[in-house]
Ligand binder design. Sequence first.
Ligand code: GCU
Length: 417
Amino acid sequence: MVRIGVIIMTLAIVGTASSGDLPDPTALPLKAELPDPLAMFEKGVKVTTKEQWEKRRRPELKQLFEHYMYGTAPKAPKVNAKVERIDKNALGGKATLKEITLTFDGIDGPKIHLLLVIPNKGKGPHPAFVGMNFCGNHAALADPKIHLNTNWMYPSQKGVKDNKATDKSRGTNIDVWNIEDAIDRGYAVATFYSGDIDPDRADERGIQKYFAKEYDWSTVRAWAWGYSRVIDYLVTDADIDATRIIAVGHSRLGKTTLLAGAFDDRIAVVIPHQAGCGGTGPNRAVFGNKGAESVKRINTSFPHWFNNRFKQFNDEPERLPFDQHCLIALCAPRPVLLSNATEDQWANPTGQFNMLVAADPVYKLMSSKGIASKTMPAVGKLMDSPLGYWIRDGKHSMNREDWGVFMNFADKHLKGK
Ligand code: GCU
């Protein structure tokens, strides 16, 4: 009895406001400076211990991000997995390939087609990269047996006709995923198509249609939710080391990667690549570089990526009770690498570095070394501290050089774990 009483009291003290109690965006104060990640939303009380961060500030920040930006997602249903195919002789015998279909208990709706490639060399369970792709799994490897995705596809992807993948799209993204390099370095790779969860169209929703209307989860929120459902499966696969899961994603899927890392503690290392606005780049333009995408612009071009409330910050992002350093901080003390390219100023490489620096006090509180230096590293030099940064020459893309860096970063932080 006494213990129950104590638990209820503790919950009352640490409990955060329910979403209904949160102010309307227009009633929030204008804050030109970056909100202090260690100050509570209500009354600005400072968080000074790990417990306060974990029990009070972290849940509060998650709620603020869902309420004002990404939308609120429902709890997970049970995930059912059906292994469709196993090829123990993939990549010339170097790897075992599995194709798995994930379905959601009680929901006759979207399915996730998961491609999992596992090294044959070395003793398992293996660390694994998990990432959403833009192209369908059939484009990530040259294997004619891989399930050809039948969902709506981006017309810009090679081999796509009338928004559907054709056999011509097979193997067209090998250089984006570099799976063979990962296998050679002892990493498994799990990948799935974002459109299995939500088709990335303003006029069409995916998984959201199967849940109650009260949930205002946006496309980016739904994708991050889908990431976690894949992890629900991965942690049950005996070939995968559940303590060494690295999430990686490019651009809009990089925004998703950071959100997934912030909400799902099972992700050990978080690598959002060229994510920028709505992910790793600041909402408050003054903390970024010239020519970077703004809140207003992203909400206008991609109205479905975030919730409706976020649009009320178009002209005054300074009213947001957080900035994106708080999303990075939600990952603490887990390592986060922000990865960039010099010709991709749209993704705000300078602003991203500023977000990393501003997340550092939370990492320090959580006994992590945080960021190695408050000065941006030179082009081509990896800053491999737990708050890590990488910028290379070149354009908006994910390539082999990037993967080399992702694996160096993962090696450093997961070795000996
Ligand atoms: C657009 C968008 C970016 C996004 C990118 C992508 O450029 O403005 O925010 O990151 O698409 O996903 O490729």
